[in-house]
Write a protein of this length. Structure first.
Lengths: 660, 251
C-alpha cells in the first residue's frame, strides 16, 4: 500500500473529462440533446454497433438502436435473450410520475437517489435518470407490459426502501421478467426485420482496438468452443455486475465480469469497485453445497416487520431449536429497524438494513442454527389486511420461500440474512456513457454512474432501461457522427489476429495447467475470502490480509487448476475457469479500492470509520471523488488510482439521516 | 431438520447432437434434503471432475425459477415431481432414501439435444420473432395512464405473461405441441388494448411459424398445463383458437 501511495503521488495524473454539459442541472440533458451531433437516416444504415448482453440495458439498447436504423450485432451468453438475469428482478421500477399525488417529482427522485447513494454518485447523471424515468413507464405500457393496476384501471404503485413516496411500478413479484420480456419483444421485432443479428450462447472474451478505438470483439461460441471475430463501428457492453466474485450471491450462475475485465485490461478505467450492495432480505445460507443465494424481494419490507429477540437467552433457545419465533411475546421482540430509524422504519435503504442485521447477529441475537438470520414477520400484516390480501401481494414469494426452506411463512416468521446482490461500481463512463476508451460504451449494471455508493430498490431496472432506451441512443450518435465515412472493418485485420491469438494463448495456458483442483473449489475459497474480509465490514488489516491471500489463491489457480476435456467443442469447466481468472482480478480491485477509501459510505463500510451509534462516517473532505482504477499492465502490480472529483451544484452534501 | 439421503441417479449422457446417447448410473451418498436438484448435480459434477471425467452438461442460470433455462426431465416429469416449480426449485427432500432417479433432457423433435441434458430451444425465439410483439418505435409512447385497463384484464394478461419459455409444455406433450407457449403470448396481447391493433396478424404469424418449425398438433390432453412450472392455464389455448378462427374469418 505504501508503494501504491508513492506511485500515485509521483505519476502524472491523466485528466478525467466526464463531459457534463453546461447549464443548471434541470437543463443539462435538454441542452445536450439540443446541441449534440446526429447521424442522418441514410448514414445510420452504414454503421454497425455491437451490443454485448441482452438484459434490460442490452436488449433495450439493441432494439432502440436498430429501430433508429443502425445495424446491430447482439450477443447473449444464455440460449435466448429472454433469460438474461434482469429477469430475476422481483420488486419494481421507480419513476417520478406522481400518480399517487403524494408529492413526488423528478427532483425528489433525483434527490432520493443521490442521498440513497450516500452522495457519491455523479449529480448530472442521476438527474437525467430521474428525468427520463417517466418515459420508461410509458414505453413499457405501450409494449404491453402488464403492470399492476387499480380497480379504476390506472397503474398501481408501492413504496420501496429509501423513499417516502409510492413511486414503484410493479408486475406482481416479477417486474424484471415483464420488463425484460417487453424489451425482448422489441428486440424480436428488430431481429425479424433483419436489423439485429442475434448471437446466442456466445461469450465475449476481448475487445479489439484499432488505432485507439474499439472496433470489434472476440467472442467464444460456447457450443463449438471456437473463437469468432466480429467488427463494428462501436462496441457497447451491457454485461452486468461482478457479484459472483463472492461465489455466493443472488446473481445467476453465468453472471460474470470477463467482458468488463477485458475492457479494463485494454485501458478502460474501472470505477468504485468497492461499492458492492448487500441485500438485506435473502434466504440465509444453509450449507457448504449451496450454489447461490435466493433473494426475497425488498417489497416484503412494506408489510413485513424485521425483528430479533430482545433477550439473549431467547435467541440462544431459537438457535438451539427449542423455541420458535412465533412463541416469543410481543414485549420481548426487538424491532431494531423501527427502534433505530423511526422515520423510515423497515424501509431504510438496503445498506443500512443489512448492517443493522449484521450488528444484531454479531451481538448474538441471530435466529437460526448458524446464528446468522433475523425474522421478517407478517403476522401484523395478516391481522391488519387478512391472509388473502397478503397472499395477493406476496403469494408467489411466500410459496418460493416455503419450497426452499420447508417453512410456511403465513404461520412462522421468515428468516432472512443479507447477501451480495448488486454492484454499484463498474466500468467508468462519462456523461455520454462512453468509457475511457473511444468507441467503447458501457450501460446498465456494468457501468458505475448512477447509484453512487448504494443503490435504492427498484432503481436498477430504471437505470438499465434509461441507458438503453433513452440515453445511449442519443449519446452514441454524437460519437458516430464523424464515423460515417469509415468503411466496415474486415475481421482479418492484424489487430483481430493479435487479439484472438492472445485469447487463444490464455485458453491454452489454462488447459495445460493440468493440476488437481476444480474451478468451483478455488472459486468457493476465493468467494469465502471476499465475504469474510471484503464483505459487509472491512478493516485495513482485513483488506491487507485479503490481498495477500488473493495472491496465494491466484497462484493456486495458475498452477493447480484442473480442467477436464479439451478446448474443442463445448467445455463448461473451461468457460468457468476463464471467468474465475477474471473474478480474481476483480476481487483484488474491490480490495484495493476498499483499502484506499478510508471512510464508510453506502455499501462500503470500514469499521474504523463509524459514528458512536454505529452509522457510516463519510469523509467528504478527502474522499468526495470517484475512484477510477487504471490497469497497470500486469496482474502482479497494484492498479493505478485516478480521481474524478465530484461537483454538486443542486444538492447540499450532508450526513444521511433516516431517523427523523 | 432435513435428513440426508442416498440414491441412484440414472443420467442421460450424449456427447453431441449426432452421437448416440445412453444412460449412465451414479451412486449418490448422503445428500442433504435442503440441497436443490441442480446443486445435487453440482455435487456429482464436482466428483466427476475430481476423477478426471467430464461433468454432465445441463442448462441452468438464475436458480430461482424465473429464467426458464433449466430443462430436466426427472422421473418422467418435466421439472420433476413438484408442481408449480422449475427443476432449480426442486429440493432433494422430495425424494426418499434408496430411490432411483432418472434424469433426461427435453425430448421433442423441435428441441434437438446439444449435449447430455442440454437442448436447443431456438425454435421458441423464432416463434416470438414471427409476431410476439407490439410494433412501435421507442419514443412514441403516450402517457402510461392514458388508456385505463381494467384490473381483471391486466391480471389476466399477467397470468399469461408469466410464462418463462422453458419448454416443459412441449416436453410434456405427447404430440410435442407448443400451443400453451404460443397461446400465452397471444393471450397476453389479446386482452390488452395495446395488443389489439395487430391481433389478427400476430396470431396467424405465430401459429404459422409454430407449424413450420415442426411442433405437433394440440389434441387437448392438457399435459402441458399440468406440468407447467408457472401454472399457465389451458384457457389460453382456448383463447388462441378463438383468435385464430376469428382471424381466419377475416381473410
Amino acid at each position: 500500500m505504501e508503494d501504491l501511495k508513492k506511485e500515485q503521488k509521483t505519476a502524472a495524473q491523466p485528466v478525467i473529462d466526464s463531459k457534463i454539459p453546461e447549464g443548471p442541472i434541470a437543463e443539462k440533458w435538454t441542452n445536450y440533446k439540443a446541441h449534440q451531433k446526429l447521424v442522418n437516416p441514410a448514414n445510420k444504415r452504414r454503421l454497425d454497433i455491437i451490443v454485448v448482453g441482452t438484459g434490460l440495458a442490452g436488449a433495450s439498447a439493441a432494439s432502440s438502436l436498430a429501430e433508429m436504423g443502425f445495424n446491430v450485432l447482439n450477443f447473449c451468453i444464455q440460449d435466448s435473450p429472454r433469460r438474461a438475469h434482469s429477469i430475476a428482478a422481483q420488486g419494481g421500477i421507480n419513476a417520478a410520475k406522481n400518480y399517487q399525488n403524494d408529492g413526488d417529482s423528478v427532483y425528489r427522485l433525483f434527490y432520493d437517489t443521490v442521498k440513497g447513494g450516500d452522495y457519491r454518485a455523479r449529480e448530472s447523471n442521476v438527474y437525467r435518470l430521474a428525468e427520463v424515468s417517466n418515459s420508461i413507464i410509458d414505453q413499457c405500457v405501450a409494449q404491453g407490459v402488464p403492470f399492476a393496476r387499480e380497480y379504476g384501471g390506472l397503474l398501481d404503485n408501492r413504496s420501496f426502501g429509501g423513499a417516502q413516496v409510492s413511486r414503484t411500478f410493479y408486475a406482481r413479484g416479477q417486474t424484471g421478467q415483464q420488463l425484460l420480456l417487453g424489451a425482448y419483444s422489441s428486440l424480436n421485432r428488430q431481429i425479424q426485420l433483419g436489423k439485429v443479428k442475434s448471437y446466442n450462447r456466445y461469450e465475449m472474451q476481448d475487445v479489439v482496438m484499432i488505432d485507439g478505438r474499439a472496433r470489434g470483439i472476440i467472442a467464444k461460441n460456447l457450443i463449438t468452443g471456437e473463437l469468432e471475430r466480429f467488427a463494428a463501428h462501436a462496441v457497447v457492453i451491457a454485461t452486468g455486475g461482478y457479484g459472483n466474485v463472492y461465489f455466493l450471491s443472488t446473481n445467476a450462475m453465468s453472471c460474470n465480469c470477463t467482458a468488463a475485465m477485458a475492457c479494463y485490461r485494454k485501458g478502460a478505467y474501472f470505477a468504485n469497485p468497492a461499492y458492492v450492495q448487500i441485500h438485506p432480505t435473502c434466504i440465509p445460507v444453509h450449507g457448504d453445497k449451496q450454489s447461490k443465494l435466493t433473494l426475497m424481494s425488498e417489497s416484503l419490507r412494506n408489510d413485513g416487520r424485521i425483528w430479533v429477540p430482545k433477550k439473549l437467552e431467547d435467541a440462544k433457545k431459537i438457535q438451539a431449536g427449542t423455541l420458535q419465533g412465533r412463541d416469543i411475546p410481543e414485549a420481548d421482540r426487538d424491532y431494531y429497524l423501527e427502534r433505530r430509524y423511526p422515520a423510515f422504519g423497515n424501509l431504510v435503504p438496503r445498506d443500512v438494513a443489512s448492517r443493522a442485521a449484521k450488528e444484531r447477529c454479531d451481538a448474538g441475537f441471530g435466529v437460526n442454527n448458524t446464528g446468522l438470520a433475523v425474522f421478517l414477520d407478517f403476522s401484523d400484516a395478516i391481522e391488519r389486511l387478512g391472509k388473502e390480501t397478503v397472499g395477493q401481494r406476496y403469494g408467489n414469494l411466500f410459496d418460493m420461500y416455503e419450497e426452499i426452506t420447508d417453512v410456511n411463512p403465513y404461520e412462522n416468521p421468515m428468516m432472512i440474512y443479507p447477501a451480495i446482490h448488486y454492484t454499484m461500481g463498474g466500468i467508468w463512463v462519462d456523461y455520454e456513457l462512453q468509457t475511457s476508451l473511444k468507441g467503447l460504451f458501457a450501460i446498465g449494471e456494468c457501468n458505475f454512474s448512477d447509484h453512487g455508493a448504494n443503490r435504492l430498490g427498484a432503481s436498477a431496472l430504471m437505470q438499465g432501461l434509461a441507458d438503453g432506451y433513452f440515453v445511449l441512443p442519443y449519446t452514441i450518435q454524437n460519437y458516430l457522427s464523424d464515423q460515417i465515412t469509415v468503411p466496415r472493418f474486415k475481421t482479418d485485420a492484424p489487430e483481430f489476429d493479435a487479439t484472438e491469438k492472445a485469447v487463444q494463448a490464455h485458453i491454452d495456458k489454462l488447459m495445460n495447467i493440468k493440476g488437481k483442483r476444480s474451478v468451483d473449489s478455488i472459486h468457493k475459497e476465493f468467494g469465502r475470502l471476499m465475504w469474510d474480509y471484503v464483505g459487509m465490514g472491512r478493516t485495513k488489516e482485513g483488506l491487507e490480509t485479503a490481498l495477500a491471500k488473493m495472491k496465494e489463491i491466484r497462484k493456486e489457480f495458475e498452477t493447480n487448476l484442473f480442467i477436464p476435456g479439451s478446448k474443442e467443442g463445448m467445455n463448461v469447466e473451461l468457460d468457468k475457469a476463464i471467468r474465475l481468472g477474471d473474478f480474481i482480478t476483480m476481487g483484488e480491485l474491490v480490495a484495493y479500492d476498499a483499502l484506499n477509501r478510508q471512510e464508510s459510505c453506502g455499501g462500503h463500510f470500514r469499521e474504523e470509520y463509524q459514528t458512536e451509534e454505529g452509522e457510516a462516517k463519510r469523509d467528504d473532505e478527502n474522499y468526495f471523488y470517484v475512484a477510477c482504477w487504471d490497469y497497470p499492465g500486469s496482474e502482479d502490480k497494484a492498479p493505478k488510482l485516478i480521481k474524478e472529483a465530484l461537483h454538486y451544484e443542486a444538492i447540499k452534501v450532508q450526513t444521511r439521516n433516516y431517523k427523523a | 431438520m432435513d435428513k440426508n439421503i442416498s440414491f441412484k441417479l440414472k443420467v442421460w449422457r450424449q456427447a453431441g447432437p449426432k452421437e448416440k446417447g445412453n444412460f449412465e448410473t451414479y451412486e449418490m451418498q448422503d445428500i442433504p434434503g435442503d440441497t436443490s436438484f441442480l446443486e445435487m448435480l453440482d455435487i456429482l459434477n464436482e466428483q466427476l471432475v475430481d476423477k478426471g471425467e467430464e461433468p454432465i452438461v445441463f442448462d441452468h442460470d438464475c436458480r430461482e425459477g424465473i429464467c426458464g433455462m433449466c430443462s430436466l426431465y426427472v422421473n418422467g416429469h418435466p421439472h420433476g415431481p413438484a408442481t408449480g416449480a422449475t427443476t432449480c426449485q426442486l429440493y432433494m427432500r422430495r425424494f426418499n432414501d434408496g430411490d432411483t432417479i432418472t434424469v433426461e433432457p427435453w425430448r421433442s423433435a423441435a428441441f434437438p439435444v446439444i449435449k447430455d441434458l442440454m437442448v436447443d430451444r431456438n425454435a421458441f425465439d423464432k416463434i416470438q420473432q414471427a409476431g410476439g410483439y407490439i410494433s412501435f418505435n421507442c419514443g412514441g409512447a403516450q402517457d402510461a395512464n392514458a388508456i385505463p385497463i381494467s384490473k381483471v384484464d391486466a391480471d389476466e394478461a399477467m397470468d399469461a405473461a408469466a410464462c418463462i419459455g422453458c419448454g416443459a409444455c412441449v416436453a410434456a406433450c405427447k404430440n410435442g405441441s407448443a400451443m400453451l407457449f404460443v397461446s400465452a403470448k397471444v393471450s397476453q396481447f389479446a386482452v390488452l388494448p395495446q395488443g389489439k391493433i395487430e391481433a389478427v396478424k400476430r396470431v396467424k404469424a405465430m401459429v404459422r411459424k409454430m407449424d413450420e418449425l415442426g411442433f405437433g398438433n394440440c389434441t387437448n390432453t392438457g399435459a402441458c398445463a399440468a406440468e407447467c412450472p408457472k401454472n399457465i392455464s389451458l384457457n389460453n389455448i382456448a383463447r388462441l383458437n378463438r383468435e385464430f378462427i376469428c382471424a381466419k374469418f377475416k381473410d
